[in-house]
Write a protein that binds this ligand. Structure first.
Ligand SMILES: [Zn+2]
Length: 237
């Protein structure tokens, strides 16, 4: 199975989806591609004097290491952090990534979230998933034979968000925390900006979702209920 996760920033996927990626990996043969639309260059609030280019380099290096630890790969689409736009080029860039990856399942950010980068990323992904199988959209790779199944991840700290599907991540939760700690700069940035580092957020939200479905830790998702992105049953692990 080919899984593509699309986030706005370098740590978006790990916070709300990496436990699920670890479960996929545990259960079988999967290819994991993590796509991030922004270059992450504003993500150094704990050290604001760091030049943007250096922040981008640092965050891409962190994201690459995390993707490799998941047995996957990392692709950065390079838009400016906090100014992600839905453009024809961005749509086609993502369409081509989905085609090259032969995506079966796509995860992305929810349509309403704390940051318009997240919301625009969600919108671009929503559209690119469908375009990836459209024969009259031309990119470097051939159209997909079928539209990938698509799931929305949790919003940041779960606001305006109620999952319909849960993945039990209890036995991989410590591994998930290790992945989050590999985002060294974002552990500090998140604490400076929001008062909680990434691991604390994952513990609180994961335990809350776990309580809802009677396990220790869970991640919550919603399938994108829009034709032709829906299939019977679930493709979650
Ligand atoms: Zn983000």
């Amino acid at each position: 199975m080919n899984i593509v996760c699309v986030g706005a920033h370098q740590d978006d996927i790990e916070v709300n989806c990496s436990g699920t990626l670890l479960k996929y990996r545990q259960k079988g043969d999967v290819n994991i591609t993590i796509v991030v639309l922004s270059n992450g260059d504003k993500g150094s609030q704990h050290n604001p004097s760091m030049p943007y280019e250096e922040v981008t380099r640092m965050r891409n290096a962190e994201a690459t290491r995390v993707a490799e630890a998941l047995g996957g790969r990392y692709i950065c689409m390079g838009q400016p952090d906090e100014y992600i736009r839905d453009t024809d080029e961005a749509r086609n860039q993502l369409v081509d990534i989905l085609r090259e990856a032969q995506a079966d399942v796509v995860f992305t950010l929810p349509p309403v979230d704390y940051n318009t980068d997240h919301m625009v990323t969600s919108q671009i992904t929503f559209h690119a998933v469908m375009l990836a199988a459209v024969q009259t959209i031309f990119t470097d790779h051939d159209p997909l034979p079928t539209t990938p199944v698509t799931y929305y991840m949790e919003s940041v700290v779960g606001l305006e968000w109620q999952p319909t599907h849960y993945v039990d991540i209890s036995d991989v939760f410590e591994q998930k925390c290790e992945l989050l700690r590999m985002h060294t700069s974002q552990m500090l940035n998140a604490e400076r900006f929001g008062g909680l580092d990434l691991v604390k957020v994952a513990q609180i939200v994961g335990a809350y979702r776990g309580m809802q479905c009677r396990v220790e830790y869970a991640e919550g998702f919603k399938p994108v209920l829009a034709w032709p992105r829906v299939r019977p049953g679930t493709m979650l692990p």
